[in-house]
Ligand binder design. Structure first.
Ligand code: C2E
Ligand code: CA
Ligand code: CA
Length: 454
C-alpha cells in the first residue's frame, strides 16, 4: 500500500506552472489524492486503499473522527476566518496523529473528518485508542493562543468487503453523528438510527415530486372558534402528504426535514397559494373567513417573504385581513431583525400575525411584551390535560391573563373536552381550536361542516 506523502511544508511556488510543460505522471497520480490543508491522503485515496484493508485476513474497524459539527465550524469561519479555520483542522489532524501508532494511515475524508482503519480482535468492543481519541478532544485546541472547543464525534463500524468503501464511510459518519449524544463520545454504527436517516433522505428526495404531483400533497382545514359566540371565523391550513409508497406522512415529520433544506421555501409557497385560493372559495360560498398559514422560521429569516405573501394575497383576490400568519418562537431566535421587520410590515398591511405554540419554548418573560403579534396561540400542552373540574389550570389562567393584559388576543389550542371548552370560555379566552369542536378536514368536508352549523 502507498505510504502517505509526508506532511512537510513545501516552498510556495513563485509563479504559475507553465501549462505547456508536461507534468510528471507520478505527481499527477498524487494530485487529487491528498488534501491540500493537511497533506493527508483524502477520501479518494481511502476508496482506492479500501479493498486491501477489507481483504486483509485480520479483522479491523473503521473509525471516523469529526472535529466539529458544520454549524460550529461555520461560526468559527465567520468569526476567525479561513486561515484560522484551516489551522484548526490541521491542529486536529496533528492531535489525532499523536494518539495513533505511526503505522496507521490517517485519511482526511471531508473538511472536518478523518478516517483510520484499526486492526482489532473483537469488533463488538470499542478499541482502547477510540476512547483515548474521544477523551483527548474534550480539551480545547489552542491556535494562536485562542482555545477553540472541539465538538468531536467518534463513529465506528466493523470493516467488511461486502459494504464497500463509500457505504462504510457513510455508516461511520452516521455513527459519528450519533456519538455526539453518547456520554462516552463514541458510537457504533446503529442500523436503527440509520433507518431513520435513510427515511429522512428518502422523504427529502421525494418531496419535490410530491409538490409537482397533483395527488400527494393536500391541505386540511381546522376550524377556529370564537369561544364567546361559538362562531367559526377562521381556519388553520394544515399540510398533508399521502406518499405513494409510504402512505400518510405527518407534517410533524416532513416539515422539520424540509426546514433543513431549501425546500421549505417552495413548500410554504405551495401552501400559501392553495390556502389563499381556497379561502377565496370559502368566502364566495358565503363564509366570511380568515385562513391561518404556518410559516417556518427559515421563511421569515429570508428577506422578501412579506412581499411574496402579499403578492399571493392579491393574486387570490383576498384582502390582507383574510389572512393570518402563524410563526413560532424559534423565528425570533434566528435572524430575528429580518423576521421582526417583516412581521411588522405584514401587520401594517393588515395581515393578522399569531405566535404559535406559545409557552412551549424557553423564552424569558420580559420578551412577551415585545412579541410582534396580534394573537398568542397557547400551546396544546397547557390545554389538553384539562379533562374535568379540578384539573390543574394555574399556568393556563395566568398565561391568559398576562397575554390579555398586554393586549394580545388569546387562542387556546388542543381543546379536546367539553370541560376544557367551557372552562376556557369562563376564563375569558377569546378563541380556540381542537378536536372537541372539529378535526382538520378537507375543504369539501369543511363546507359541509359549516353548512350544518347554520
Ligand atoms: P401546529 O401548527 O401547532 O398545528 C396544530 C396541530 O395540532 C395539528 O397537527 C392539528 O391537527 C393538531 N390538533 C389540533 N387540535 C388538536 C387536539 O384537540 N388534540 C390534538 N392532540 N391535536 C390537535 P398536524 O396537522 O399534524 O400538524 C403538526 C404540525 O406540523 C403543526 O403544528 C405545524 O407545526 C406543522 N405544520 C402543518 N402544516 C404546516 C404548514 O403548512 N407549514 C408549516 N411550516 N408547518 C406546518
Ligand atoms: Ca399552527
Ligand atoms: Ca400550535
Amino acid at each position: 500500500m502507498d505510504q502517505p506523502i509526508l506532511r512537510k511544508k513545501t516552498a510556495s511556488p513563485t509563479a504559475f506552472a507553465d501549462p505547456r510543460v508536461p507534468l510528471d505522471p507520478a505527481l499527477l497520480a498524487q494530485i487529487g489524492r491528498y488534501d491540500h490543508v493537511t497533506r493527508l491522503p483524502n477520501r479518494l485515496q481511502f476508496i482506492e486503499h479500501f479493498d486491501s484493508y477489507a481483504q486483509s485476513r485480520s479483522t479491523s474497524m473503521l473509525v471516523l473522527v469529526t472535529l466539529a459539527d458544520a454549524r460550529q465550524y461555520n461560526e468559527t469561519l465567520r468569526a476567525l476566518g479561513m486561515a484560522f479555520s484551516e489551522d484548526f483542522v490541521r491542529s486536529g489532524a496533528d492531535l489525532l496523529a499523536s494518539l495513533l501508532p505511526d503505522s496507521v494511515t490517517i485519511y482526511h475524508v471531508s473538511v472536518l473528518s478523518f478516517a483510520v482503519v484499526l486492526p482489532v480482535q473483537d469488533t463488538t468492543k470499542y478499541p482502547a485508542v477510540a476512547s483515548e481519541i474521544a477523551k483527548a478532544f474534550t480539551s480545547a485546541i489552542t491556535i494562536n493562543a485562542i482555545p477553540i472547543k472541539t465538538h468531536v464525534g467518534v463513529g465506528l463500524v466493523p470493516l467488511s468487503a461486502a459494504q464497500g468503501a463509500a457505504e462504510s464511510l457513510r455508516a461511520a459518519l452516521v455513527a459519528a453523528q450519533d456519538s455526539r449524544n453518547a456520554t462516552d463520545g463514541m458510537a457504533f454504527y446503529n442500523h436503527k438510527s440509520d433507518a431513520a436517516h435513510l427515511r429522512a433522505f428518502r422523504l427529502l428526495a421525494d418531496l419535490p415530486h410530491a409538490m409537482a404531483a397533483t395527488d400527494q400533497l393536500a391541505l386540511h382545514y381546522q376550524p377556529r372558534i370564537n369561544l364567546q359566540t361559538g362562531q367559526c371565523h377562521g381556519v388553520e391550513a394544515l399540510l398533508r402528504w399521502n406518499h405513494p409508497d409510504l402512505g400518510a406522512i405527518s407534517p410533524a415529520e416532513f416539515i422539520p426535514l424540509a426546514e433543513q433544506t431549501a425546500l421549505i421555501t417552495p413548500l410554504t409557497d405551495w401552501v400559501m397559494v392553495r390556502a389563499m385560493a381556497q379561502n377565496r372559495q370559502f368566502i364566495d360560498a358565503g363564509h366570511a373567513m380568515r385562513v391561518s398559514i404556518n410559516a417556518s422560521p427559515v421563511n421569515l429569516s429570508e428577506g422578501g417573504f412579506d412581499e411574496v405573501l402579499l403578492h399571493h394575497c392579491d393574486a387570490a383576490g383576498l384582502e390582507p385581513h383574510h389572512i393570518e400568519l402563524e410563526f413560532t418562537e424559534g423565528t425570533l431566535a434566528t435572524n430575528s431583525a429580518c423576521a421582526v421587520e417583516q412581521l411588522g410590515r405584514l401587520r401594517e398591511a393588515g395581515v393578522d400575525v399569531a405566535l404559535d405554540d406559545f409557552g412551549s419554548g424557553y423564552s424569558n418573560l420580559s420578551y412577551i411584551a415585545h412579541i410582534p403579534a396580534d394573537v398568542l396561540k397557547i400551546d396544546q400542552s397547557f390545554v389538553r390535560p384539562l379533562k374535568e373540574p379540578g384539573d390543574e389550570d394555574f399556568l393556563l389562567r395566568h398565561i391568559i391573563s398576562i397575554a390579555q393584559g398586554l393586549g394580545f388576543r388569546v387562542c387556546a389550542e388542543g381543546i379536546e373536552t367539553e370541560f376544557a371548552y367551557s372552562h376556557l370560555r369562563q376564563l375569558g379566552c377569546q378563541e380556540g381550536q381542537g378536536y372537541f369542536m372539529a378535526r382538520p378536514m378537507p375543504a369539501e368536508a369543511l363546507l359541509d361542516w359549516l353548512a350544518a352549523r347554520r
